[in-house]
Design a protein around this ligand. Structure first.
Ligand SMILES: [Zn+2]
Ligand SMILES: [Zn+2]
Length: 363
C-alpha cells in the first residue's frame, strides 16, 4: 500500500509503497478514506519530539474496516470508523473508573517487544504515530482507538472528530462541565478553539467570548456561536472581558499556550472561576500565581488532556450532533487534498486563514 513517510527529521513527506501486516489479536485494518493534517504531525516531522523515524504520521483518520483480528469484539468488516490518538488499555484502575484519558498503560494498544512491526519489515520497521499512521491508504489500529460512526457521516468532517473535536468540545463539556447560563472565554480561534465554541453552545453557555488577533478568524467564530469577539491586537482583552461580563468569566480556555496569553487568561476570571490550559504554543510557557489571589478569588487552574474524553462515547455523540445540524464541522475543513500534497498542505496551514486540510484522495 502507499503511505506518505517521513524518512528522517526535517526531510518532509515522501509517498512510497510499504508493507502493512495482517491484523493480530484486537487489531483492525482500516481502508483510510480521509486523513486530517494537524499541527502536531508537522511538529514531529520537524522537531522529532521523541518519535522514531522513519514514521508514518497522521492521527486524524476516518475510513472503512476491511479486516479484523480474531479477538476484536465491537467492530465488524464494513463498519465506518474514526480513529483517535487517545490510547487506553481498558483494564487499569483509571480506565475501570471511566477515566480512559488517564490510562496508566497506554502502550496496550501497540504491538509489544518481539512481535513483528505493523508497518515495514522486521529488518526495516516503520514507526506508526501513536498506533495510527493515517497518512496512508490503510492503517492497522487497536480496536480501543476506534469508534464506529453512522454510514451517513461524511469522511472528511468525521476525520476531525478524533483529535481537535474531542479536545476542544471535550474541554468545555467534560473537563470543565460548563453549565447552562454560564460565561465562557475561548482564547485562540483556530480549529480546536472553534470546537470549544461549539461545546460552549451545546452546553448552553449564555456568553461565549472569543479572543484572537485575526479578524477573519473572529468572524468565523461568530458563525460557530460566539456571542462576542475581541481582537487582542487592538483592544486590551482583559479589560474588555471584564466590561462585557461585569465581574469576569466563569471559565477561560487557553487554546494558545504562551506565557503572556495565559497570564491574561488568569486575569479574566470571575471569583470562583476556572482557567483551563489546552494549547501549548511554546514549550517553555509558564504561569505564576500568587497564593493570595488563588485564595481570595477561589480560582482553579486545570490542565486539559484530550478534553477528558471517552472516545467510544464521544465520537459517535459528536457525529450524531453533526448529522442533526447541531455541531458545525464543515466550516473546519478548508480544503481537501491528495496524499501527495502533504508538504504543500503544511505550507498552506502556516497561513492563518486555513482551518484544516483533509486528505481525501488516497490514490
Ligand atoms: Zn491532532
Ligand atoms: Zn488503562
Amino acid at each position: 500500500m502507499k503511505a506518505s513517510i517521513v524518512e528522517e527529521l526535517r526531510r518532509g513527506f515522501t509517498v512510497r509503497d510499504i508493507e502493512i501486516a495482517a491484523p493480530l489479536g484486537r487489531e483492525v485494518l482500516v481502508d483510510v478514506k480521509a486523513s486530517g493534517l494537524c499541527h502536531s504531525d508537522h511538529s514531529i516531522a520537524t522537531m522529532g519530539l521523541g518519535y522514531e523515524f522513519p514514521i508514518v504520521l497522521g492521527h486524524e483518520l476516518a475510513g472503512v474496516v476491511s479486516a479484523v483480528g480474531p479477538d476484536v469484539t465491537d467492530i465488524c468488516v464494513g463498519d465506518h470508523v474514526v480513529a483517535s490518538l487517545l490510547q487506553f488499555c481498558g483494564t487499569c484502575v483509571n480506565c475501570l473508573s471511566g477515566k480512559t484519558y488517564r490510562c496508566l498503560r497506554t502502550e496496550a494498544t501497540l504491538r509489544g517487544e518481539g512481535e513483528p512491526p505493523r508497518l515495514g519489515t522486521e529488518a526495516k520497521p516503520i514507526a506508526q504515530m501513536n498506533g495510527l499512521g493515517g497518512f496512508a491508504q490503510q492503517a492497522l489500529v487497536h480496536e480501543n482507538q476506534l469508534a464506529v460512526v453512522p454510514e451517513e457521516m461524511p469522511f472528511a468532517p468525521a476525520a476531525l472528530l478524533g483529535c481537535g473535536v474531542l479536545t476542544g468540545a471535550g474541554a468545555v463539556l467534560h473537563t470543565a462541565d460548563v453549565q447552562i447560563g454560564e460565561t465562557v472565554v475561548i482564547i485562540g480561534a483556530g480549529g480546536v478553539g472553534m470546537n470549544g465554541v461549539s461545546g460552549a453552545r451545546i452546553a448552553g453557555a449564555a456568553t461565549i467570548i472569543v479572543v484572537d488577533v485575526h479578524d477573519a478568524k473572529l468572524e468565523r467564530a461568530r458563525a460557530f456561536g460566539a456571542t462576542h469577539t475581541i481582537n487582542s491586537a487592538t483592544v486590551d482583552p482583559v479589560a474588555e472581558v471584564l466590561r462585557i461580563t461585569g465581574h469576569g468569566a466563569d471559565y477561560v480556555f487557553d487554546f494558545v499556550g504562551i506565557s503572556s496569553v495565559t497570564r491574561q487568561a488568569l486575569e479574566m476570571l470571575a471569583k470562583g472561576g476556572g482557567l483551563y490550559l489546552v494549547g501549548l504554543g511554546a514549550n517553555d510557557a509558564r504561569l505564576e500565581i500568587d497564593n493570595v489571589t488563588m485564595l481570595t478569588k477561589q480560582i482553579h487552574v486545570h490542565g486539559v488532556w484530550m478534553g477528558s474524553s471517552n472516545l467510544k462515547r464521544d465520537i459517535p455523540l459528536y457525529a450524531a450532533l453533526y448529522l442533526q445540524g447541531r455541531m458545525n464541522l464543515d466550516d473546519l475543513v478548508s480544503k481537501e487534498i491528495s496524499l501527495h500534497e502533504i508538504n504543500e498542505g503544511y505550507e498552506a496551514l502556516a497561513d492563518s486563514s486555513s482551518a484544516r486540510l483533509v486528505i481525501t484522495d488516497l490514490s
